[in-house]
Write a protein that binds this ligand. Sequence first.
Ligand code: SF4
Length: 251
Amino acid sequence: MSSGIVLRIERSSIHDGDGLRTVIFLKGCPLSCAWCSTPEGQALEITEIETKVYGYEMTADELLDEVVKDEIFFYHSGGGITFSGGEPLLQADFVADVMQRARSLGIDTAMESSMSLPYSEIDKILPHLDVLFADLKHIDPERHKFYTGIDNKLILDNISRVAQVNLPIKLIVRIPLVPGINDDEKTIRGMGKFLRTLKKLERVEILPYHKLGISTYDKMGLEYKLRETKIPSSEHIENAKDILRGYISSI
Ligand code: SF4
């Protein structure tokens, strides 16, 4: 039986898929984005900071028992479960196991991913997945590496491969819009050119930069590099969407 390291479970989310979602945040991420709002989720192992413990182990059975408690809400809202992180692909066997069993109970499955692991890990999950939220953080490989720790080649390749699979998966690309980092016209046009190559693309969502999580950096004694970065205005967000509409219609 598989088991995984869970950071936390949040119920009744309306932002991570259709209907009401139970979101399972897993531990571990190969990236270290400058704007990350869950730095406590980046280490795969269970960590302790001051008196607070981040992460706990669960078997697939235990996690399934937890999520089926919300089955009635899924049924009435058209919702389901969403794996997020951290990076769910780091625990792909566990995610695939839980998703397969959830699906057999008629529960919708979704995953939010940075797409930063080898395609073989994605491939384990795809047969059990209804909706994939794939992050597109930057189109320039050097700047991607500067702000997240790795370049974007594997990520772009992975998104392109998923966009071609012959499975009924909805592909939604999410762009975290961070002023001064990926909101300039050249970068957004570069993203638009990439997005229009994706045949399976359902839509694009812009996730405006926010400052949630700064207190966790302080608690962990980590430097938060974007303290001076402003939250994008609605005009700013609309401007990015307008540029993207020149390449794709579903935004
Ligand atoms: S991919 Fe997500 S969880 Fe990982 S460091 Fe970036 S923002 Fe944080």
